[in-house]
Design a protein. Structure first.
Length: 260
């Protein structure tokens, strides 16, 4: 498939999806979302892909937000449709069977911060900057920023960012729990790939179930969430990888997982 606004590469079980509109600092318009949806569908159904890394083209920006030029003449209905489109694609990322690592290589503002937040893990370059500046444009976040940000950093910090619209540097994003690691820009992709490699060495189904347990369990009350965890734990015992993982431990060798 050939796309105009994204790139998809795959090597050694790790896919890299790059938002590729560097002239607009990788801002998100509808076409970019449609292309992302196609790519994500392909990735979800590719058993060779064990981990996805999401990044932005160029050195300056991960994604500088929803495309303001594209949105400037919207009416209310178009605004709502665009928010629903962005939310749908970001939910696809959150629910992707494979883990997703955001490699944040610069500005992650508005829709860019929202895109980073729907990923499972965020690694930021030292020059990355985060923020939800929508209020400065007279709007609020529309791709679930008002929901995912407080769930990640708590209500107080989320409200400060959402109401002031101010940008914070990578180090502050790390302090408030918005990113997992801050690394030199020159090492960003290598560090993301190293983490992806580490994840892909594990039982693929166990990794998928762990992601599901966290995502779905957090939406339940704790008793139901623990019962759900126990069900998924039990399900692991029906997999060949579980047999191999435990046999390898007992036989003091490295497991050879097959994702089955
Ligand atoms: N939409 C469309 N184009 C954008 C853009 C965006 N979000 N962000 C940057 N660009 C474009 C600029 O218009 C400019 O294009 P031209 O060269 O054609 O003029 C190009 O990218 C480079 O940008 P700047 O010249 O502004 O670069 P800078 O280094 O001076 O500033 C910046 C960088 C601080 C990121 C600044 O571009 C900026 O503030 N961008 C907007 C950030 C923003 O407000 N994001 C939120 C969008 S709303 C949203 O996301 C809503 C939602 O949740 C659904």
């Amino acid at each position: 498939m050939s796309w105009e606004n994204i790139l998809l590469e795959k090597e050694d079980g790790i896919a890299v999806l790059t938002i590729n509109r560097p002239k607009a600092l990788n801002a998100l318009n509808a076409q970019t979302f449609y292309e992302m949806a196609e790519a994500l569908e392909k990735i979800a159904n590719d058993p060779e892909i064990k981990v996805l890394i999401l990044t932005g083209a160029g050195e300056k920006s991960f994604v500088a937000g929803a495309d303001i030029v594209y949105m400037k003449d919207f009416g209310g209905v178009e605004g709502r449709e665009f928010a629903l489109l962005g939310q749908r694609v970001m939910n696809m990322i959150e629910k992707l069977p494979q883990p997703v690592i955001a490699a944040v290589n610069g500005y992650a503002l508005g829709g860019g911060c929202e895109l980073a937040m729907c990923c499972d893990i965020r690694i930021a370059a030292e020059n990355a900057r985060f923020g939800q500046p929508e209020v400065a444009l007279g709007v609020i976040p529309g791709f679930a920023g008002t929901q995912r940000l407080p769930r990640l950093v708590g209500k107080a910090v989320a409200k400060e960012l959402l109401l002031t619209g101010e940008q914070i540097p990578a180090e502050r994003a790390w302090q408030v729990g918005l990113v997992n690691h801050v690394v030199p820009a020159s090492e960003l992709l290598a560090r993301a790939k190293a983490m992806a490699k580490r994840i892909s060495a594990n039982g693929q189904l166990a990794v998928k179930f762990a992601k599901e347990a966290v995502n779905n369990g957090l939406e339940m009350d704790v008793d139901r969430a623990m019962a759900y965890e126990a069900d998924l734990f039990g399900l692991c015992f029906s997999t060949a990888d579980r047999k191999e993982g435990m046999a390898a431990f007992v036989e003091k060798r490295k497991p050879q997982f097959q994702g089955k």
